[in-house]
Design a protein around this ligand. Sequence first.
Ligand code: ATP
Ligand code: MG
Length: 555
Amino acid sequence: MNSQNKDKKPTNFIRNIINEDLSNGKHNSIKTRFPPEPNGYLHIGHAKSICLNFGTADDYDGYCNLRFDDTNPAKEDIEYVNSIKEDIRWLGFNWNGKVKYSSSYFDIFYKCAEELISKGLAYVCFLSIDQTRDYRGTLKSPGKNSPYRDKSVKDNLILFNKMKEGKFLEGECVLRAKIDMSSSFMCMRDPTLYRIRFETHHQTNDDWCIYPMYDFAHCIGDAIEGVTHSLCTLEFQDNRRIYDWTLENLDEFNVPNRPHQYEFSRLNIEYTTMSKRKLKLLVDNNHVSGWNDPRMPTISGLRRRGYTPESIRDFSDRIGVSKVNSLTDLAILEASVRDNLNTIAPRSMAVINPVKLLIENYPNDKVESLVAPLHPQNEEMGTREIFFSRELFIDKADFIEVPPNNKYKRLAINKEVRLRNSYVIKASHFDTDKDGNVKIIYCTFDPDTLGKNPSDGRKVKGVIHYVECSTAIEAEFRIYDCLFLESNPENFEDLSSLLNPNSLQIKNGFVEFNLSNAKIETAYQFEREGYFCRDNDSENKLVFNKTVGLRDSYK
Ligand code: ATP
Ligand code: MG
């Protein structure tokens, strides 16, 4: 046991179960699996499941398989298979051995279905969808047995084989488990095990026209792979009965150390959705630029936004694992990335809403080179070269003609501020354009204040950032806000009416010269502005995505 990691992590009910299973000898080692269906990109909810499955296996020196739950070819695609593998690796996890596919067990599933039929525990049912619903009954009333329920084993074996041979139409019949039409668990009222789909599968092509249901395939896949703890989300709590029923009725898998399913709460985060179906609608209807749009809660979106694997793993630790579904505060996710970037992001200056500043007492043709630290608390990160001259850009929001009160610490007429990493300046007057917008602010600088306070003892409280004009590099800044106006959009079917029209704002400004070769997806702290990273769609110009602000803005 990797006790170092195990002890570092907060305990949870799953760890308690594992500890017990190891101590009473039920299992000698731990094996988990992460079972994504390749019908969309992974999101931060999946990241919780990934951290739990891979992280738990790691901590107990066990294994975690990656198994694509690819039993529904109509909605699946190889693009998703590839993106899922990439996202898991990027998060920092490695799966055990080769990638597994449920579809590679199709032969075994078929034999298992035959075994159940042979035991009189499954039958081919020709009820229509509507009839099946009527026969199922309701939570208050028991269901009725299907008229096909008592056909002979022999007939059912023949019919099931005909299903496989493509002799029936899609929807004409299904294979059902024969369990209990009056069970208080609706899912136990003869659940479907197999259905007909004439679809080309991304792994098995046209080999099959019948596909097993998740509830049937999943437990067998777990048993084949020797999974010990099959961790899934709470909505499968009732379905655990099918999981157990299936394994207990298959000779090969009804063994004492067979896999067991344990359910934990799904992650939901405010102002976004964790439904792959809804996320796909956002993509398909062009509400976002793609699955990796930086506003998406997908792993690829968060990555493009500037989240790091460390920050997502840390988030997963912070939220923990429980059995109670809840809506997680967005501030927790943001705090995770902010705390991580605060330690690793080099500092830089960017002016997002530029206005020109002219230092009247600075020489006309001089560009001075200055040195600024890359990280104020970490000298080891070194320094960078910045510039100073007569013409600078500052942010519009950092100047006002008359300060509103004496707490105001930025630039105003006849007021001094320090320009970050350089001199103290004082504004004297300004020009406006015909609409009254400030165009140029005229200042003077105090040459005796580079890296030190004014020698006459006067106090300068405010510090603002700037970029020198002749060396500044033009950049586009993409500033993001939540995709939705509603804190819990999961409750709504039509998401488009809840979309935040201001979820993306584009600004054109300037960055320091040394950012001309900024690396993609690498974090910078633009001082006083927030954490940013260069976008991957930034070949011909510099585009920076705002990852997160410097302070919690949701409180
Ligand atoms: P679908 O609606 O298509 O079934 P899904 O979100 O359940 O989508 P899967 O690909 O089946 O997606 O999920 C893979 C694994 O990730 C499952 O074990 C599932 O329980 C887990 N998972 C999915 N969403 C969340 C979430 N929001 N929080 C925690 N775990 C999740
Ligand atoms: Mg699922």
